[in-house]
Ligand binder design. Structure first.
Ligand SMILES: NC(=O)c1ccc[n+]([C@@H]2O[C@H](COP(=O)([O-])OP(=O)(O)OC[C@H]3O[C@@H](n4cnc5c(N)ncnc54)[C@H](O)[C@@H]3O)[C@@H](O)[C@H]2O)c1
Length: 455
């Protein structure tokens, strides 16, 4: 049976948590209060009050292991904050105490919101991914437990920053959850255990698909609004590599991560292709098809297909194939996963060996239940490194498709193309890290022509 990295990291973290006092003294990080009793209210701040941030706040306030209260909110758009506040307040009236003076707008709003918390409280980081290292760094300084959405990095430089922060966080007893919620899914967990017990033999191939129609802000038109370039790009962050890693990173990371989980490894290199087929008057940086082959150290392949195109075959699923059969890791979108094992490779009803019995608990809630339990019981819990690794591997596949080259993990990690730059210095008047050309269009990848960098 394969070793389980989850258990390994747990043991390592147990060892590290005993070094908390020493490490905190060394790094100057605040040591969080332990909410061991379970009856003390944990205060929560929300940074990035969009769709997922509002959902994560719902999840945080729905946890059952002790009282929680939302006390501060931060965004760069007042209307986003106001809409989010209204929704959370309506549903969790008694658990929301965010008066006007604790609703903050601007690029420094994250600091003001976190300043409302005590060490040991929780901050939710759900802005576009570009800001993760900035906000995570401040959360650590303040001794806050963190929930941050995926991807947590977009390129080599931001991954190096995040990994450094992950190092620091591991020297404390802070808990860090990353929104790769499939890792908390009960069905996938049982599938993972069964694969580890040999149910499909040795894995020989993994396949993942997110082949759907136009998604999120993957297609962005020229900015004809009053918004500055910076705010326009942030609002449409799936269209811009600096902000999100683009459609590839933001959309495909879950399927890539769940496949790597089943294999218990990260790929070492990738090659890929893709193109801009039907862009209409969209001027963002995305391809609308991606096909990437990842290779693991033992030679096993993971094939990933992404498409944002109408009128084509639609599939949003991941599969594992082994020497003794195959498995469905996810069936359609993220939840329910409807995990199954088959004796052949046909995914045919007659060959069904096992299926996870429905209903499946919601993984978005489970990831929060697990995080809050760990905080209350002071159990080791830190997903920052794993989140950075998943983000890096995803970016490696994207860069392979964008440049038309084989890209290794180490090249991706050490690459100097810093897409976002000094995002900790931004003000509302700052220029965007990405400028449009005179034709109003943004630079796009050109595989085979522009091969050293993605654009
Ligand atoms: N785990 C999942 O299944 C899942 C699902 C959706 C989104 N996400 C992730 O959540 C994150 C947010 O996605 P979303 O769909 O909620 O986007 P969104 O645009 O709805 O929300 C992002 C919010 O952050 C705000 N914001 C942007 N920059 C900011 C800054 N510097 N400081 C403060 N606020 C800022 C925006 O104004 C917006 O309100 C992304 O990383 C995305 O990949 C994860």
């Amino acid at each position: 049976m394969k070793s389980k990295p989850n258990d390994l990291s747990r043991r390592e973290l147990m060892k590290k948590s005993s070094q908390v006092a020493v490490a905190s003294a060394l790094t100057g990080l605040a040591v969080p209060a332990v909410h061991a009793a379970g009856d003390e209210t944990i205060k929560v701040a929300l940074v990035g009050c969009g769709g997922r941030g509002t959902g994560a706040a719902f999840n945080a306030l729905s946890t059952k292991c002790g009282p929680t209260e939302l006390v501060a909110m931060a965004d760069v758009f007042p209307d986003r904050l106001a809409a989010s506040y209204k929704q959370v307040q309506r549903k969790f009236e008694k658990q929301v105490d965010v008066p006007e003076e604790r609703r903050f707008i601007g690029f420094d709003a994250y600091q003001k919101a976190m300043d409302c918390l005590r060490p040991g409280d929780v901050v939710i980081l759900t802005t576009p991914p570009a800001f993760r290292w900035v906000h995570f760094g401040y959360a650590l300084k303040k001794g806050l437990h963190v929930f941050m959405e995926k991807p947590v990095t977009v390129d080599g430089p931001s991954t190096r920053k995040l990994l450094k922060l992950a190092d620091e966080s591991e020297k404390t007893s802070l808990k860090v959850g990353v929104g790769l919620m499939c890792r908390h899914c009960a069905a996938r967990k049982e599938l993972y255990d069964r694969i580890n017990d040999g149910a499909i033999g040795e894995i020989t191939l993994l396949r993942a698909y997110r082949m759907v129609g136009p998604t999120g802000s993957a297609f962005v038109k020229k900015n004809t609004s009053d918004l500055s370039e910076l705010l326009y790009q942030i609002k449409n962050f799936h269209g811009f590599l600096w902000a999100s890693g683009g459609a590839f990173s933001d959309f495909l990371i879950h399927n890539i991560d769940e496949c790597c989980w089943m294999k218990d490894a990260w790929p070492v290199r990738a090659q890929g292709s893709g193109g801009r087929h039907y862009r209409g008057d969209a001027i963002d940086q995305n391809f609308d098809t991606y096909s990437v082959e990842y290779t693991f150290a033992d030679g096993t392949k993971l094939i990933v297909n992404g498409r944002t195109m109408r009128g084509c075959h639609q599939e949003f699923a991941s599969y594992a194939h082994g020497t003794r059969g195959s498995a469905v890791i996810s069936t359609s979108s993220h939840s329910p996963a409807r995990c199954r094992i088959y004796k052949g490779h046909n995914i045919a009803p007659d060959d069904l060996v096992w299926r996870f019995p429905p209903p499946e608990p919601d993984p978005y809630q489970l990831e929060w239940d697990h995080l809050m339990e760990a905080i209350r019981q002071d159990k080791p819990y830190n997903e920052a490194r794993r989140g950075a690794e998943a983000s890096l591997i995803t970016a490696m596949g994207r860069m392979a498709a964008h440049t038309g080259r084989v890209v290794t993990r180490d090249e991706m990690l050490n690459h100097d193309h810093d897409l976002g730059g000094d995002l900790d210095q931004l003000t509302m008047d700052s220029a965007s890290p990405l400028q449009a050309g005179e034709d109003g269009k943004y630079p796009v990848p050109q595989p085979g022509i522009q091969t050293k960098r993605e654009f």
